[in-house]
Design a protein around this ligand. Sequence first.
Ligand SMILES: *Cc1c(COP(=O)(O)O)cnc(C)c1O
Length: 441
Amino acid sequence: MTTPTLVRQTRPKPTSRIPDRSIYERRESVVRSYARAIPRQFSRSDNVWMYDNQGGRYLDFLSGCSTLNYGHNHPALKQALINYISADGITHGLDLHTDAKAEFLEAFESLILKPRGLDYRAMFTGPTGTNAVEAAIKLARKVTGREMVIAFTNGFHGMTLGALACTGNAAKRTGAGVPLNHVSHEPYDGYHGPDVDTAALLERRLSDPSSGLDAPAAILVETVQGEGGLNTASPEWLRAIAEIAKRHGALLIVDDIQAGCGRTGKFFSFEGMGFMPDIVTMAKSLSGMGLPFALTLFRPELDQWSPGEHNGTFRGNNHAFVTATAALRKFWKDDAFEQDVQRKGQLLAQRLDAIAAEFGLSTRGRGMMRGIDVGSGETAAAITSACFAAGLIIETSGAHDEILKVLAPLIIDDAALSAGLDILEETVRTVLTGSYGVAAE
Ligand SMILES: *Cc1c(COP(=O)(O)O)cnc(C)c1O
């Protein structure tokens, strides 16, 4: 059976006919990464599709690592931004009060915080996720007067020194070039298998004055580990961690940069679990249209900064405020979108479980953030490149890049979701039964 293909079903008018990409070899640093496995030059994108400059069309199951939860160039968001720019709205204003910022804060308060009974202050950090994490751990250290942060095995929190110290992956950590200190990486939920309660291990270490573990300023956790392999923490485990943080005077930080903004089926990935983080970091899909925008949220009592103590030129990305506000109004005014994401999350789970069952593999994840463990990075890479050849953009995650990670836009319709999963299914079958290479071209 040949792999179904999505490529070249339509031929959008190419914006450029020059397939020569040598400029990247000549001038772009070799640090580039995604472009290696996805060697095309893209011209435009809409909804769940990306188009290259040679007429190729690709279904996007990567979504900018969950930055494009509402798809590419959503018409409502795009129009709001066009209107704002056309009216000469403020583009850059440091952290000055602007109409766009006020509207965002009002919408965030009325559509997100109030309906969920959450009382958080919002801190606009520099516009990347890692900056929101830096602010969160800085604040926790300042408020508690402690240095040590507890992070977890396979956690990913960003690439600047403080956040990188909290990140598990050795290849990423090596890039620091200096010791990454003041963080202890404790086993995440399930790290030692289903029978070992790693929250109890942590409690034991923290309550034993001879364990060697210093009293922590914060416990930093992802409810689903996006880059670390789609490992999920159970609500019970997370509640236990929240209790441990409270008991030991540490602040609980949930890094919701990848799992937030609806990815798990709720706006915040920790909703309905019976605990409230002290601090929450957000970025990726927050602007809704892929514009850089990050927030650190915290309980009002923790707002102990001095003015300008954590600063940044691009804290007020007004264009991102505009698209973020439009996204909140469009998708979060009632629970219809959440319901739909939860429904599609079930569909996705069923399809991935069926593929995994056929080959004795296992699945991971929650909501619309799920994947299949195919056992090795080589196998996963063979599958993702065959998917790409068939018109599906999909990436991997995990300690060995062994998890095929489905991060389809949340707005995807059932037909496109099925079409993408058909390709994934056939490709997994083709690669795992060794017939890849025959079907690929
Ligand atoms: C992507 C990510 C970050 C870092 O965000 P950047 O914008 O790349 O700095 C931090 N934490 C998690 C969970 C992420 O997925």
